[in-house]
Design a protein around this ligand. Sequence first.
Ligand code: PMP
Length: 363
Amino acid sequence: KTDVMKKELIDKWIRPEIRAINAYPVPDPGRLIKLDAMENPYTLPPELLEEWLDALRDVPLNRYPDAKARHLTDRLRATMDVPAGMDLLLGNGSDEIIQMLALALGGPGRTVLAPEPGFVMYRMIATFTGMDYVGVPLQEEDFGLNRDAMLKGIDQHQPAIVYLAYPNNPTGNLFDPEDMVAIIEAAPGLVVVDEAYHAFAEQSFMGRLGEWDNLLVMRTVSKLGLAGLRLGFLAGPREWIGELDKVRLPYNINVLTQVSGEFALSHMGVLDEQTARIREERGRLASALGGIEGVTPCPSAANFILFRVADDADAVFAGLQARGVLIKNLNPAGGALSGCLRVTVGTPEENEAFLAALRESLG
Ligand code: PMP
């Protein structure tokens, strides 16, 4: 009886659009080789570990963190090419920044627009906050922006926020910057260029902040080797950041993240060296994938590669898992991603293990 009552209460009070979705899926990797989440496979080198632990020893856990995370903000400003005069908003991962944007600009009757396939949290957070979401299909042949469709969507839906991931997830490509400029100029509201994978690409819109009143640039340290810290930031004009800061929960960046982030970013050379290794490995992995019959990799400017298999992708994914390798199966998303899997670039050994398992799984 209580089960029936619970169901009634849930149906009555949990909003239908929340009941209709599934939680963001995070599989338990167990002992699998973990190439599913765009993590950097390298940890801090042993000689830095002691120094890091020393920095943590002095952290007072009884006090709230610095609400403005000043030292960390200064360090991000210095290491992430933020133009002078631009302000920063820090989040518990860039996910929290997407949520803050929705809290400040969202609500019923407000729209988020983004190209698809794209990062799923843009849609999910729009749903959480009662916003409408419009996905505009990318070009089928190369996952480039469909400029006309984007401009038409913007004209029709007048979105409060447009997201452009640069490079894009899960496709890995960089969009044509001229298409992006046309979108920024046509958008009535904010355009957020999401540079989560910036460390693996040459291009950026960071240096162009200030050229347009409605441009903001978002980054994260997650793909740099600091995914465990949960730290992202949004850079942009003071006026926007000041308004967005009002919906930020007090003390959203905890003391351990503040101290560890500042420490790790003060050794940016180490992280740069790791990302350079990953970029090199990406090239090797892409050519190896391209050499396997029935496998078509997409060009990537990120730390992962999307590839299409001629075989049943679900079976290939299961075969990889049975051989100890976890990647991401995008086949269930269907549409443009039918037959697609996504692998994060790991260490040379991990990539070799993945390639061997893939060859076997292809039967
Ligand atoms: N943007 C894009 C395009 C992503 O792929 C991701 C992570 N998958 C994020 C943002 C979120 O990153 P985080 O919350 O770890 O900063």
